[in-house]
Design a protein around this ligand. Structure first.
Ligand SMILES: [Zn+2]
Length: 241
């Protein structure tokens, strides 16, 4: 396998793009080392009638910061763990931080900054006029992406991919659509630390900063480290054809 350089702090936190490749077909932005395995997996899925595409791939720091700040301010909808709407104005800063983290990552701590992580769906399975809601039921038996889920369960590990938010670990909400390229993502996860993240967040205009920094060590452990680990099959050299 090709040599993968260590991540810089700017790369880990999505503030630069020099670790990435932009693809136009299918449209997505991935870590350079994840491109060939992703395209190989997509080609294999296509042979089974699945049009595997990423509806979200790399996301930069500023985008994640905007999402965070708008949720904190109540400009963007915020939900509890059952998906019920919350009113930011009635909540303490600590309650807002906890509520946002169930659904969204702290800026600088999103796996989407790494270019290794993609949110996928099967374009071939979309009923006409259907708008994807991005809920687990769509990926479960009876949902439009049930076939995609079954196929990924059987084949994605061979291409190096796994689901970091597969089970409900009391941290991030389960996301059956979120895949991660293990050989590179593991390196990114090891390279990021609460201290390095603090260095970045201390210098930006983030809503709830005092609370964010005070709870950083605990939230880092809970939301960044507490994810499902890849099986050994996904960390070996990936299939490229
Ligand atoms: Zn995702």
């Amino acid at each position: 396998m090709q040599e993968i350089p260590e991540f810089t702090l700017d790369q880990l936190t999505g503030r630069v793009r020099d670790h990435l490749t932009e693809l136009s077909d299918p449209r997505c932005t991935l870590h350079k080392s994840a491109v060939a395995p992703f395209l190989a997996m997509r080609a294999a899925a296509a042979a089974e009638g699945i049009d595997l595409v990423a509806f979200s791939s790399f996301r930069d720091f500023d985008r994640q910061l905007t999402i965070w700040n708008e949720k904190f301010q109540g400009v963007r909808p915020m939900q509890d763990r059952a998906g019920r709407a919350l009113q930011a104005g009635t909540m303490s800063p600590a309650e807002r931080v906890a509520a946002i983290l169930w659904w969204s990552a702290l800026p600088g701590a999103s796996r989407h900054h790494w270019g290794t992580d993609v949110d996928v769906m099967d374009l071939a399975a979309l009923p006409p006029g259907y708008r994807i809601q991005v809920v687990p039921a769509e990926y479960a038996a009876g949902g439009p992406f049930a076939k995609l889920t079954t196929w990924l369960d059987a084949h994605m590990h061979a291409y190096g991919f796994f689901r970091p938010y597969d089970t409900d670990r009391g941290s991030v909400s389960p996301e059956p659509w979120h895949l991660s390229y293990a050989p590179v993502a593991l390196r990114a996860q090891r390279a990021l630390s609460p201290e390095r993240l603090r260095e970045v967040l201390a210098g930006v205009d983030i809503e709830g900063k005092e609370e964010v920094l005070a709870s950083l060590a605990e939230n880092f452990r809970r939301y960044v480290l507490e994810v499902d680990a890849p099986p050994a099959a996904a960390t070996a050299a990936p299939r490229l054809s």
